[in-house]
Design a binder for this molecule. Structure first.
Ligand SMILES: [Zn+2]
Length: 256
């Protein structure tokens, strides 16, 4: 399996730092699976209708067609239809905009997040789901991964992966664990915004994280789980989140 780290969007509210949309593209046997989808073509074409001006301004959405997941998939020599599976950490607009560019893909999500999405909660943007994704939802599981609840994800044949509940940012927010050789990758989604949150609660970004959490007690508990994982299993598990440009692999050129 080959793992591509893609930046599928930029959010920027000056004077703060630019935030990434760090998606993973897994390539195996001619098939592709995408973890989170960034800002999509339809967002670029009709941003206000899809996301709303207030959210665009508050989060600092930028719209660049070349950064969309589908254009990056094409640059790798694939077609959109080769993306057979998409995993969502959660349903916020900066994570799901690319869904409609892969209408044939199965979309894997926690049962809790799907229930919240389908309840019409205001943080989600209905227009981004109007194409009716092919949902595959995952209820609670007895399986464990490093002692944490983990829901087995059948993505690509022979690829071991789990949806890992890290609730709080949204009520069904999950990380995604993928085995890569003798190590694991854990995409933590928005369980933290910046890696510095693994070591301190004093950074200004923690205030934003608390404000944006649907359940801040759960968010803090999830962060404690990640801190333990980083401390006790840092050699076996590589953690990274969605928004911190510093967490891309060496050689990745972040936008100036
Ligand atoms: Zn986000």
């Amino acid at each position: 399996m080959k793992v591509h780290h893609l930046n599928c969007g930029i959010l920027h509210v000056p004077p703060g730092p630019r935030a990434a949309c760090h998606c993973l593209l897994l390539e195996h046997d001619g098939r592709l699976a995408l973890i989170d989808t960034g800002i999509g073509l339809q967002d670029v074409a009709r941003p206000v209708e899809r996301i709303g001006q207030a959210v665009i301004d508050a989060a600092g959405f930028q719209f660049h067609e070349s950064l969309t997941a589908v254009r990056q998939v094409e640059r790798l020599g694939y077609r959109a239809a080769d993306v057979t599976d998409i995993v969502l950490t959660h349903g916020d607009p900066d994570h799901v905009g690319g869904l409609a560019d892969f209408p044939a893909a199965a979309v894997h999500v926690s049962a809790e997040e799907l229930a919240r999405l389908e309840s019409g909660h205001g943080r989600y943007s209905a227009a981004q789901f109007a194409h009716r994704p092919r949902w595959v939802m995952y209820p609670p599981s007895a399986a464990r991964w490093f002692g944490i609840e983990a829901r087995p994800l059948p993505l690509l044949a022979g690829v071991e992966a789990f949806l890992v509940p890290l609730f709080g940012h949204t009520l069904g927010h999950c990380g995604v664990a993928v085995r890569a050789g003798d190590r694991w990758l854990l995409h933590v989604g928005d369980a933290y915004y910046l890696r510095v949150e693994l070591t301190t609660d004093e950074h200004p970004v923690s205030v934003l994280a608390a404000q944006r959490a649907d359940d801040d007690g759960q968010r803090r508990a999830s962060l404690a789980v990640l801190r333990r994982l980083a401390r006790e299993h840092g050699a076996e598990v590589e953690l990274f989140g969605y928004h911190d440009f510093a967490e891309f692999p060496p050689g990745f050129a972040a936008p100036a």
